[in-house]
Design a protein. Structure first.
Length: 395
């Protein structure tokens, strides 16, 4: 499993996150292309700088008024993410980050989510940071992320609502469940940085051994004394047994007796986009002999509040049951394999015996059906046969 570990002694901001990923190997041209597709009148660049005597990469958004506050509602931010030239999973991640930002802002000001007006968080550079931050993690192939304690900072910060204590209310809400320190003066972790942490980072400390393959250092704007203003990402592979240790999870369940097939499919799809580990529907017989369904959502504790809120808002259920469960998962990764139809991404897993099994990704099969005109079953058989022949060929 490919992981990322973030060291955050000087905090986290969106530009630091993107720069660290680029420094660790995320292709810069792909990120620049995604920004160009947004048509926001800005360009992006990176520059090598020094912070506290250590080298790091700085991510900069160029353009008139790039950092100026812009009043945007959540719907506009979600539309921007959908328009970006990025894979669908990346767009969904970026939308989830924007939704997290909207949720904490709404809670802080006593508003509904659709009433929230973003000011600083609606600025072009913030939009770019969120989309590029999510895309960079995808380009690095990160499957799970961890972080050290996050330096939040102290004092006050000036924003559109006046002077606010550090961390600002939105940042504080996004950091629930993550380890924090408050040793430095000023705002060290921004709402965007906190939202990216919430989206990607497993709140539990990393206890397993891993083998690193790359490091990157993302620089903040200030060059402050004491602690170099750098965010470090270490990319690596988990080491150890093929079967991961059991991890505690929450299974959310709610009974639905009025949902139609389209609504059920949408609920499952949207729950997965919001970070659920799995989601499924089971038919049941309910009170008075009426047919119904039970919607199940599997999640970690960090995502549980957001997913519970989604289910209560969007399903017809009046309540949610939650139970603590454990699961054991195989080591898994995505691998690109050359075959009769060119490079095809395969989902791979290592069995307890050590044997590796793999199967073409569903999205790849859909793409090949459209491009070749062949049936899905025939395509799958040809890819499996080609993979087996390659494994058996003498080396």
């Amino acid at each position: 499993m490919k992981i990322a570990y973030f060291d955050c002694p000087a905090g986290v901001a969106g530009d630091m996150w993107v720069a660290a990923c680029v420094d660790a190997g995320a292709p810069w041209t792909d990120l620049a292309g995604a920004v160009a597709s947004l048509d926001l009148g800005v360009t992006v660049g990176v520059e090598r700088v020094s912070r506290g005597g250590l080298a790091g990469l700085r991510f900069v958004v160029h353009g008139e008024g790039a950092a100026a506050p812009v009043e945007r509602r959540l719907a506009e931010l979600l539309d921007l993410a959908a328009r970006a030239a990025v894979p669908g999973t990346v767009a969904a991640r970026a939308q989830s980050v924007f939704e997290s930002l909207a949720a904490v802002e709404a809670a802080a000001h006593g508003l509904r989510v659709d009433e929230v007006h973003f000011h600083e968080l609606g600025a072009v550079d913030t939009v770019v940071d969120v989309i590029c931050g999510c895309f960079a993690m995808h380009l690095l192939g990160i499957e799970r992320a961890y972080a050290s304690a996050v330096e939040v900072g102290s004092g006050v910060v000036r924003c559109a609502h006046g002077l606010l204590p550090v961390p600002a209310p939105g940042t504080a809400g996004l950091l629930h469940g993550l380890r924090q320190t408050r040793r430095l003066a000023g705002e060290c972790t921004t709402p965007t940085g906190a939202a990216l942490l919430r989206e990607f980072v497993d709140a539990r400390p990393l206890r397993d051994a891993f083998v690193s393959s790359a490091c990157g250092h993302g620089a903040g704007t200030r060059d402050q004394p004491g602690v170099p203003n750098l965010l470090r990402i270490t990319v690596g592979e988990l080491a150890g047994d093929a079967v991961a240790a059991a991890e505690p999870l929450r299974e959310l369940a709610c009974n639905l007796d009025t949902a139609d097939g389209e609504s059920l499919a949408w609920l499952v799809e949207r729950a997965l986009e919001q970070g659920a580990l799995d989601a499924w529907v089971a038919p049941v017989t309910m009170k008075k002999g009426r047919p119904g369904h039970v919607l199940h959502v599997l999640t970690g504790e960090q995502r549980r509040p957001q997913l519970e809120g989604f289910l209560l808002e969007e399903s017809s259920s009046l309540g949610i049951r939650r139970t603590t469960v454990e699961r054991t998962v195989l080591e898994r990764w995505v691998e690109t394999v050359d075959g009769p139809f060119g490079p095809v991404a395969h989902k791979c897993a290592r069995l307890p015996s050590g044997r590796v099994v793999r199967r073409p990704e569903d999205a790849e099969l859909r793409r090949l059906v459209d491009s070749t005109g062949l049936g899905r079953r025939e395509l799958l058989a040809r890819l499996i046969d080609a993979d087996a022949a390659r494994r058996e060929a003498p080396r």
